[in-house]
Design a protein around this ligand. Structure first.
Ligand code: DNO
Length: 353
């Protein structure tokens, strides 16, 4: 596996590339053009500049997180083909610049959801947390306001203010979209882009829904082993793969993560490895990557990735806020750096054993 670090780009991140470069074993960066809107075709010069900035820092650009999907594609409206064409053009440009992995998600309206961005833990650190009972009391717009006020001034991925300004219209779009239709629209999208992925050797890596159940009544489909395999089989091209996000999968304790990893040999193109502490379905908080701090068997997760021969990029995911660092919630330098060292420690030990 190749250790990587998510970086949102100059002006969008409190962390700098030279700092990431000093983390032992760090090979590359996962980034994006944060200013682009879902549906836009990416600009070639901007892609080149982004790549140059990363390589000038002595790091490899290991993939994009995310090229976001326009809602027209998700709901299957008549103009979807226009946005799919833009997406295909973006894939071709990224592939021709030597960028071969794209992480994306197919969650309606917004991306990940949390009820708390800074829940204190006994050691004084703070973490992102989810409590369905709290979410049930909120309207989506209230939830957005709450997230925005806790974001330390950063724009949170998937919660861009310009999209959230139209949250009612966005909800209306999905009023008659069932889970089956959403799934069919995803398959339509993937079938349309696979020829370009073949031509430019680009792996598509769908992110697990976070949390992995319906939120605010919106359909969610990438939630468990059965659903992921259904998607892999519906579009059997190996370029149709997964971002195996342990934190998102763990939101439902019924998900057996090492087993899911083993069932996806050859189809995991990117891994987000983090730990969570869960009480019941519907209530969980994030934890340090170190296994005993949360509920996940981190050894079994890394072992399963090694056993299936996964060689793609892996990154530590949401870190705790520690040592008074102020960053985008979940995306500070310190705790993710610690997490990367723990994952690399497990990896080296497993490889040598
Ligand atoms: C949250 C991230 C997600 C992820 C997208 C992928 O912290 O894991 O925002 O990047 O779902 O498209």
């Amino acid at each position: 596996m190749k250790m990587s670090f998510r970086w949102f780009g100059e002006g969008h991140d409190s962390v700098e590339l030279w700092q990431i470069k000093q983390i032992p074993g760090m090979q590359g960066i996962i980034t994006t053009l944060y200013d682009t809107k879902p549906g836009d075709e990416w600009d070639l010069e901007a892609i080149r500049a982004m790549k140059k900035q990363v390589t000038d820092a002595g790091l490899e650009l290991l993939g994009i997180e995310s090229v976001n999907i326009h809602d027209a594609i998700k709901v299957g409206s008549p103009d979807r083909d226009l946005y799919i064409q833009n997406y295909k053009n973006t894939i071709a440009k990224l592939g021709s610049e030597g960028i071969h992995m794209i992480c994306y998600n197919f969650m309606p309206v917004f991306d990940w959801t949390r009820s708390d961005l800074a829940k204190p833990r006994p050691d004084g650190s703070t973490v992102l947390a989810y409590d369905q009972n709290k979410i049930d009391l909120l309207k989506p717009s209230e939830m957005f306001k709450q997230l925005e006020s806790g974001s330390n001034g950063f724009v949170l991925p998937g919660w861009e203010p310009e999209r959230m300004a139209h949250v009612k219209e966005l909800f209306a779009l999905y009023e008659h979209v069932s889970e089956d239709q959403l799934f069919d629209n995803l398959v339509y999208f993937l079938n349309a882009i696979m020829p370009v992925c073949d031509e430019y050797n680009v792996d598509m890596a769908i992110h697990i829904d976070d949390p992995c159940w319906s939120v605010f009544g919106l359909p969610r489909i990438i939630t468990c082993k059965e659903q992921i395999l259904k998607l892999m089989n519906a579009v059997p091209n190996p370029h149709n793969g997964v971002t195996l996000c342990t934190g998102s999968l763990s939101s439902d304790p019924a998900n057996d993560i090492p087993d899911i990893i083993r069932s996806l040999k050859g189809r995991i193109h990117f891994a987000h490895v983090r730990n969570t502490k869960h009480t019941t379905k519907g209530v969980f908080e994030e934890a340090a990557h170190y296994a005993s701090d949360g509920s996940l068997d981190m050894y079994a997760i890394v072992k399963a990735l090694v056993d299936i021969g996964f060689e793609g990029p892996v990154r530590p995911d949401h870190g705790r806020a520690i040592w008074n660092e102020v960053s985008m919630p979940g995306y500070g330098l310190y705790d993710r750096a610690l997490g990367s060292q723990y994952i690399l420690g497990l990896y080296d030990a497993i490889k040598r054993a």
